[in-house]
Write a protein that binds this ligand. Structure first.
Ligand code: SAM
Ligand code: SF4
Length: 334
């Protein structure tokens, strides 16, 4: 059977599924969660692995989705994660191709999990790391676990994950002085640092435009020390810069100052089975109800297509018509 491409109202082909598998986390990063008081979903509200894999299968087999990324909350806090990875690694597009299967994690438990995840078929990892300085890391993540994350990164390298990207959310006056240190860290270890602009998705609602460190500023700081050239961008939201001396690359994700919505090819599934067509969407499409009430694959595919039919052109951060979504990043799935 040929895949029917899923095209949104603005002519973009949608083929990337971001799946949040839990709203829980073992960190409390200041830009994502409050220190305490998060209300967790009850266990039976979460999609089961079989339900997640079914939605993914419909997207891959019917619409030819080519990439799937697991996220959260912190995906590694969900037990038996490798069994979900194995289910997703077994999916094939109508052309017989496997999907590009990746995960975003805070890395704290990778020292334990990396070998099993690799063996189950996970291909790529993005590991979040916001400071290389232990006490600053502890303040940002509200957990004193930098050494475990560094061990997790080493374990991921040893398990053969390539490329490994490091995600750093820069906040003005907090960690923006570490940009060149991150670049050096990446160059020494063969990792790709990516600097993400702080977005108004923090649970505390304290985001302000003054805290955003523009991607252009990051590029200027790094290329002054390690000369680099921009690589042609694909649908990837990161603009990649390759070092002229051949020692790898870094990326900037300028979601606020230079939104990449025009290339957006993704939809998101929340941990409780709501399909969202944008990080900043203010409405959601309930797939869990369909999954639990005997819907056929055709009905699920129709619901996915109908949701994509509502995908908007892009977010409006910084404009007067911007509406903050009711959920924070950990509840949507970053
Ligand atoms: N717990 C995992 C982790 O931290 O990598 C996966 C989920 S986390 C929500 C996904 C990504 O979103 C992380 O790289 C995190 O740094 C980023 N993120 C969270 N809140 C953000 C915000 N307000 N602005 C920009 N990025 C944010
Ligand atoms: Fe947890 Fe990731 Fe949010 Fe940090 S960014 S609190 S690690 S979900």
């Amino acid at each position: 059977m040929d895949a029917a491409p899923l095209i949104d109202p603005f002519g973009r082909r949608v083929r990337d599924l971001r799946i949040s598998i839990t709203d829980r986390c073992n960190f409390r990063c200041t830009y994502c969660m409050p220190a305490e008081g998060m209300q967790w979903l009850a266990r039976d509200e979460l999609l089961r692995f079989e339900e997640i894999a079914r939605v993914a299968r419909v997207c891959v087999e019917r619409f030819g989705f080519t990439s799937i990324r697991l996220t959260g909350g912190e995906p590694t806090v969900r037990a038996h994660l490798d069994s979900l990875v194995a289910m997703l690694a077994g999916l094939r597009t109508p052309d017989g191709a496997p999907v590009d299967l990746a995960m975003t994690t805070n890395g704290a438990t990778l020292a334990l999990l990396a070998p099993a995840l690799s063996a189950a078929g996970l291909q790529r990892l993005n590991i979040s790391l916001d400071s290389l300085v232990a006490d600053r890391f502890a303040r940002l993540a509200r957990r004193d676990r930098l050494s475990e994350v560094l061990e997790g990164i080493d374990a991921a390298v040893a398990a053969g994950f390539r490329p490994i990207k490091l995600n750093t959310v820069l906040i003005r006056g907090v960690n923006d002085d570490e940009v060149v240190d991150f670049a050096r860290f990446g160059r020494e270890r063969g990792l790709v640092p990516r600097f993400i602009e702080f977005m108004p998705l923090d649970a505390d609602g304290s985001w302000s435009a003054h805290q955003v460190v523009p991607g252009d500023e990051v590029v200027e700081a790094i290329t002054a020390v390690f000369p680099a050239v921009a690589v042609d961008p694909g649908p990837d939201p990161a603009t990649t810069w390759r070092y002229l001396d051949g020692k790898g690359s870094f990326g900037v994700i300028s979601s606020v100052t230079k939104p990449f919505c025009g290339n957006c090819d993704r939809v998101r599934l929340t941990a409780e089975g709501q399909l969202r067509t944008c990080l900043f969407a203010t409405d959601e499409h309930d797939l869990r109800d369909l999954l639990r009430n005997g819907a056929s694959d055709d009905q699920l595919a129709d619901a996915v297509a109908a949701a994509v039919g509502t995908k908007w052109a892009g977010h409006a951060i910084g404009r007067v018509n911007f509406i903050r979504p009711a959920r924070s990043m950990s509840q949507i799935g970053g």
